[in-house]
Design a protein around this ligand. Structure first.
Ligand code: GDP
Length: 434
């Protein structure tokens, strides 16, 4: 999906436009505990094209000087967006701050659509002409509060969307990303993995413009590490903000088959780790939990078990994810990671046979019949796997409302026991069958 960012100095009306374009369809509003409700991307649609729009306003940090904020915003837009909407205020004319933003955008080589806001009626149209001098071509008059002119502006935006060329990789290739808060050792781990014996790193392949992926081969399997660049980049103002790293992580997750949630064994688990892990889980990807820096931990024979219990307790929603303890620094156990990734990926795309599935389900029902709900009894007719990535099942019942969450959980566990879906979430939906 193409990405659009709206930039401009404060109070030109960016948030009004953002909300108008997005309507109610804000992307990250899941009701899952531990997941931030902050908006980062939201989905918008124009002429049957859906695109993501960055809430640049939300990336601004509160107490920084105006210029720093604007620079941060522009940098995000330049790095992340395919098309930038540069918004100015038609009532104020060109200000010094507008010129500063313009300077940053000149250097970007990204298409910029100039939107002159607060042109609330046709008489005010003449106010747009002075903005030609900013050097971004035709200014588009809009009114955020009245919703005027947005169509013409969006036509122009959509015109600039790049043609996406899919990179030719065969389907057995396993794409994975490493996510985690700064300094848990993601880039160290990537370097160690790529430096391992018998790993053949082929050239870095540019997939999208901003993300650099690294492909390598081990034991005749092809792997791609998604967004290797994102893990290494550092230094610009906005890159230190949590929202920025979340945005980057979400993008990487979307393109991955397997997500490695990297934790720091030395400093332990904090709230931010849980939020990041939540994103991986919600995306329905295969997940492997990696506990890095295990070399730096004072250990006895119970330390690992204790840490594992802690992980299970803090990340209950990831109960299917295997945990790998390792040290990127000493390289200890790093060789156990790829087999876990491979296994998680295979389980993520696994299909089970319908007849065997139903034998398992019927055995489960016989062993532990569904308790009655509201005086009525759940009848389970059969089950069928309807999708992979993640494995998704439909269970046909007399009344979906009678399938209690805990019983669904029981069925899920029976399926897991029988077929071994370690590393992947599975989904179960109930449908009515008369
Ligand atoms: P990133 O921000 O997640 O990419 O983390 P880095 O890879 O930049 O690592 C952050 C810091 O942790 C660096 O100083 C690394 O040297 C250190 N580090 C990374 N992996 C290990 C490890 O396995 N053991 C120890 N003791 N330190 C590590």
């Amino acid at each position: 999906k193409s990405v659009v960012a709206v930039v401009g100095r404060p109070n030109v009306g960016k948030s009004t436009i953002f909300n108008r374009l997005v309507g109610e369809r804000i992307s990250i509003v899941e009701d899952t505990p531990g997941v931030t409700r902050d908006r980062i991307y939201a989905e918008a649609e124009w002429l049957n094209t859906t695109f993501n729009i960055i809430d640049t306003g939300g990336i601004e940090q509160g107490d920084e000087p105006l210029l720093v904020k604007m620079r941060g915003q522009a940098e995000v837009a330049i790095d992340e967006a395919d098309v930038i909407v540069f918004m100015v205020n038609g009532r104020d004319g060109i200000t010094g701050a507008d010129e500063e933003v313009a300077k940053l955008l000149y250097k970007s080589n990204k298409p910029v659509v100039l939107a002159v806001n607060k042109i609330d009626n046709p008489e005010m149209r003449e106010k747009i002409y002075e903005f030609y001098s900013l050097g971004f071509g035709e200014p588009f008059p809009i009114s955020g509060t009245h919703g005027l002119g947005l169509g013409d502006m969006l036509d122009e935006v959509v015109n600039h969307f790049p043609e996406r060329e899919e990179v030719d990789v065969d389907d057995d290739t396993i794409r994975f990303s490493l996510i985690g808060r700064p300094n848990v050792g993601k880039s160290s781990l990537v370097n160690t993995m790529l430096g391992e014996e018998r790993v053949i790193v082929s050239d870095i392949e540019g997939t999208t413009r901003d993300a650099i992926d690294t492909s390598f081969t081990k034991d005749d399997r092809d792997y791609i590490i998604i967004d290797t660049a994102g893990m290494r980049k550092r230094g610009k103002v906005y890159e230190t903000t949590e929202k920025y790293s979340v945005m980057r992580a979400l993008k990487a997750i979307e393109r991955s088959d397997v997500v490695l949630v990297v934790l720091d064994g030395e400093s332990g688990i904090i709230e931010q780790d849980k939020r990041i892990a939540g994103y991986a889980h919600e995306a329905g990807k295969a997940v492997v939990i990696v506990v890095n820096k295990w070399d730096a931990v004072d250990r006895d024979d119970k330390t690992m078990k204790k840490f594992e219990d802690k992980v299970r307790q803090e990340f209950q929603f990831l109960d299917y994810a295997p945990i790998v303890f390792l040290s990127a620094k000493t390289k200890k156990r790093v060789h156990t990671l790829l087999p876990s990734i491979l296994q998680a990926s295979e389980n993520h795309t696994k299909r089970v046979q319908t007849n065997i599935l139903n034998e398992v389900i019927m055995d489960a029902l016989a062993m532990n019949p569904a308790p009655s709900l509201k005086g009525q009894k759940l009848k389970v007719f059969y089950m069928s796997q309807v999708a992979v990535s993640p494995p998704t099942f439909v269970v046909f019942v007399n009344d979906p409302d009678l399938l209690h969450f805990s019983y669904e959980r029981f069925l899920e566990n029976r399926i897991r026991d029988a077929f071994g879906f370690e590393g992947t979430p599975i989904k179960i939906y109930a449908r009515r069958r008369k």
